[in-house]
Design a binder for this molecule. Structure first.
Ligand code: BES
Ligand code: ZN
Length: 653
């Protein structure tokens, strides 16, 4: 009886409250209820009731590495009797409905973990047809895998701790209970309390410096998908390049960052003139600690960057072009489920290369494309021979699997080559015009392979009476026969150096020749010394990669490797792209001399792209595997969960 009365009161409380609830966010009309797509990676019932605005209150506690939070969801309700949220490894204290000052506790249940606990658990809150506000009081746990809590010694300052989040693909639910599907957009704001000596930043409006209170307020008034909500807390300083773009980093790294990314304003204007105005008002970079598992992450207004990009010579800035390009492909238009991840990444790689072409010319852009194509070919072979050959299609089926499985060069490079091949077919001018219109028309929307093909047909192919076999690219395995081939003479040149070296030639030794000079009545012999390899003052990183990759495909001896290292110093290269490929080659050839260099690298750099091939090579040999396990055990607490989990798989018997 008592419970019944309570529920009755609760019911009326909600009704009374929600009558007065109105949305104050003008962009909500664009975030319409989407009833065509089902997301296999979310429990949320956002077709029935969806978050349109999220209001976060966060207390970041470094002592016990916990965020204490309240997630206030303002919801558009389509006659729902329950609101389902995604959560994983969170502790829920209570759930209420109604606005602050008028909150009523609501009944909720937490469902079972799915088999591999990939999705986490559904949090089901009882609501009625009038409910428009659901507030979840919670705290994070050790299993909140989005969070990387770094102790002071793992930061550049060595005196202040650091925290950052990584939400993509489905980790936001490990630090905020929400409807965690990329097809569901909402605006957000946040009030974040951090220790007084630290600065907090989010993918939103950001402060430029620390304040005395340690309380920071943020607003993102453009609707974004949940995986783009992000937070970073540390002893961070800012350097502006212009009034709308700049770079944040710990101050020990700031000068290096400022130099490395100086061309950022140029990149932004190149990108904007290609595909339409930059829509996100501000574009800043935040350079994170080395444990960050990715090269970059396109959090809107604040791209997160791995410090390995700081090669000292601006040679890895294509990562910045890539993350910037996501401001259109990914952030303005988002894949509606992770099955269409290629619509985010393939477009972005294509776009990245176009930005690079504007800044550095076609030769460099082609070199980039060809290097990536080599990776695609190797990975296609591996996937086609593995358990899931269907993963070589652009449109994936990742139901019951971790969406991270889709993060292969199929989405990135096959996706980009789809557009490059299309470009040759329809002409650059027409493709650019289409892409510009496509971005404009679908701003703040989700896209699927299906909807993209419709747009392609109606906006580009049909009006120009053109045809293109997109189905083969999207729905069939492997690489279509019409795929564009790129051939860069500079890379071919490096291949031939590597081949000559393998065959025993000392490619670094000077070549001596003589020339007869006529001097008055005498003839004089002139000695000419050519150092062919060093004729060119500098090689770019992709040329070095090609050199190392060519060696990897042949059998090279340990003395040959050591000789190369003595001349070219690969083992101590400041460029992580070069060092990591060099390490893999040496491990495969069982050259153990450089183990200290490898250990130093993998104990410092947490980027999964570098760690995985190195650990994969090490576990192939029993003795190396023991050594690798020991290094992993020492480093694993420092790695972000994304990298740690992937590496741990390799040691499972
Ligand atoms: N959005 C991705 C990173 C990502 C993808 C994180 C899927 C989690 C799940 C980012 O834009 C990216 O592609 N980063 C690349 C950069 C590269 C392709 C230039 C990376 O980190 O290697
Ligand atoms: Zn990307």
């Amino acid at each position: 009886m008592k419970v019944g009365l309570y529920l009755l009161l609760l019911y009326f409380g909600i009704v009374l409250h929600s009558c007065s609830a109105t949305s104050t966010h003008p962009l909500h009309s664009t975030a319409s209820l989407n009833d065509t797509i089902h997301d296999p990676h979310s429990y949320a019932n956002f077709k029935a009731i969806k978050t349109v605005h999220l209001d976060l209150e966060l207390d970041v506690n470094f002592q016990n590495k916990t965020i204490y939070g309240v997630a206030r969801h303002e919801m558009k309700n389509n006659n729902a009797s329950e609101a389902i949220f995604d959560m994983r490894n969170l502790l829920i204290q209570k759930v209420t409905t109604g606005k602050i000052g008028n909150e009523k506790e609501a009944d909720f249940t937490i469902g079972k973990f799915d088999v591999d606990s990939i999705l986490g658990q559904p949090l089901t809150v009882k609501v009625n047809a009038k409910t428009t506000q659901v507030n979840i009081y919670y705290q994070t746990t050790k299993g909140s895998e989005a969070l990387d809590w770094l102790d002071t010694l793992s930061t550049s300052s060595k005196t202040k701790p650091f925290l950052y989040t990584q939400g993509q693909a489905i980790l936001t639910r490990t630090w905020i209970p929400l409807q965690d599907s990329p097809s569901n957009r909402f605006t957000y704001n946040a009030k974040v309390k951090v220790p007084k000596d630290l600065l907090a930043l989010m993918s939103a409006t950001n402060p430029k410096e620390k304040n005395a209170s340690g309380i920071y307020e943020f607003e993102m008034d453009q609707p974004i998908p949940s995986y783009l909500i992000s937070l970073a807390v540390g002893d961070i300083s800012y350097h502006p390049y212009t009034s709308t773009c700049g770079v944040y980093a710990e101050k020990e790294l700031l000068d290096t960052c400022v130099y490395e990314f100086e061309e950022l304003p140029k990149m932004i204007s190149a990108a904007s003139s290609l595909y339409g105005n930059y829509q996100w008002k501000q574009y800043d970079l935040l350079v994170l600690p080395y444990s960050f598992p990715f090269g970059g992450m396109e959090n809107p207004r604040l791209t997160f960057v791995n410090p390995t990009i700081l090669a000292g010579d601006r040679s890895l800035v294509s990562v910045i072009a890539h993350e910037l390009a996501h401001s259109w492909s990914g952030n303005l238009l988002t894949n509606s489920t992770w099955d269409d991840f290629w619509l985010n990444e393939g477009f972005t790689v294509y776009f990245e290369q176009r930005i690079m072409e504007v800044l550095y010319g076609k030769e460099v852009a082609d070199i980039l494309a060809q290097i990536e194509f080599q990776e695609l070919q190797a990975e296609l072979k591996e996937i086609l021979e593995g358990k899931h050959p269907e993963d070589t299609k652009l449109h994936l089926n990742l139901k019951n699997r971790n969406p991270d499985d889709g993060m292969t060069s199929v989405a990135y490079v096959k996706g980009a080559f789809f557009l490059k091949t299309l470009e040759v077919k329809v002409g650059r001018e027409k493709l650019d015009q289409f892409l510009k219109e496509y971005f404009k028309k679908n701003m703040y929307k989700s896209v699927s392979s299906f909807s993209f093909v419709n747009e392609l047909e109606s906006m580009l192919l049909a009006p120009n009476k053109l045809s293109f076999d997109y189905d083969e690219w999207i729905y069939e395995k492997g690489l279509p026969s019409n795929c564009l081939i790129i051939n860069s003479p500079r890379l071919r040149f490096m291949e031939s150096f590597a081949n000559r070296f393998i065959q025993g030639e000392d490619i670094f030794a000077p070549k001596i020749s003589y020339e007869w000079l006529k001097l008055k009545n005498t003839r004089k012999k002139k000695r000419i010394e050519i150092r062919e390899f060093f004729e060119k003052e500098e090689y770019i990183v992709q040329e070095w990669q090609t050199f190392i990759r060519t060696l990897s495909n042949k059998s090279i001896t340990i003395p040959q490797l050591q000789y190369l290292d003595s001349v070219l110093n690969f083992s101590t290269s400041n460029n992580a792209e070069i060092a990591s490929e060099w390490f893999v080659l040496n491990i495969n050839c069982r050259n153990k001399v450089i183990r200290p260099n490898i250990e130093k690298f993998i104990a410092k750099v947490g980027r999964r792209k570098y760690l995985m091939p190195i650990y994969e090579a090490l576990v192939k040999n029993p003795e190396d595997k023991v050594w690798a396990k020991n290094v992993f055990d020492k480093s694993k607490a420092y790695y972000h969960a994304v990298s740690r989990n992937s590496i741990a798989e390799l040691f499972k018997d």
